[in-house]
Design a protein around this ligand. Sequence first.
Ligand code: HMG
Ligand code: MG
Length: 302
Amino acid sequence: MTFPSLVRIIDVGPRDGLQNEKQPVPAAIKIELVHRLQAAGLKEIEVTSFVSPKWVPQMADNAEVMAGIRRQADVLYSVLTPNMQGFQAALATHPNEIVVFGAASEAFSQKNINCSIAESIERFAPVVQAALAAGVAVRGAMSCTVACPYEGDVSPAQVGYLAGLMKQIGVQRVDVADTIGAGTPIKVQKAIEATLQHYDVAHICGHFHDTYGQALANTMAALQMGVWNYQSSVAGLGGCPYAKGATGNVSTEDLVYMLHGMGIATGIDLDKLIDAGVFISEALGRKPNSRVATALLNKRQG
Ligand code: HMG
Ligand code: MG
């Protein structure tokens, strides 16, 4: 069995991780988190989202955070933009990439972005065009590619349908997201297979929440298919406010440990990454939600 020799990780902690925090997190802490992630070797960071502050209050400081980060030329900074209003606000902050986000299930599309799948594509199309014209890269997040918190199982055909629409409007690469972390390896492979009808393997990212403890197994299943881009959250932060009960993405620490153990390079310094996780966890008054961080922190003390 062959695996990719290199994996690119997008840390989505500052966005997917923090968007669900009830307590206010100061912009300065978010900025420091981004700095620590890039110091640990992350080359892609999902920084914030330009969504309605009434819907997601935690991301209301989006422009302040984008203005405050000290950028490295070799790091790609991405932000979520659900519509033209969000895109215009985002563009002023100079992201390298914007992310339009749709869902493979109708119910989740309605709950998350207040429109149907077809309507969401109509909204995204001019955003994608404007971004590409401005020289900004475009990614498309596809939620609920395995299961939906409102509709239950989601078929691969629904995933293929959404991936096809994303491709048609010019989205350059897509995330296969298991929003509620209910997926298991074969189901995830089927969702990826459906996406492969429209996107090359290099343009597919795995985005696995770890609610049921399946995210690393799902990552292995995706690795077996040659997928080499993954999203994860430092300290296992997060969850989506419109996916009740869903916990964070797989922690970046756990993902990096597994990949390095398999001889797969990530360019990330695990010790520095663990320190970044401790930093944000202390700011939130808790311990990192990562088995690897816990184990290595215990070892450091011992
Ligand atoms: P809407 O209410 O249908 O929008 O919300 P609207 O166009 O009718 O506008 C209503 C109000 O919102 C107006 O303000 C607009 O100005 C304002 P008012 O006149 O009432 O004062 N508005 C905005 N304000 C700031 N930025 C904007 C914006 N757009 C409108 N961009 C909308 C539609 C999409 C805006 C709303 O549903 C929304 O913000 N949803 C956010 C959902 C969200 O952020 N979810 C979490 C991220 S997705 C995720 O976590 C999943 C992912 O991780 C993958 C996975 O795991 O599945 C990516
Ligand atoms: Mg997510």
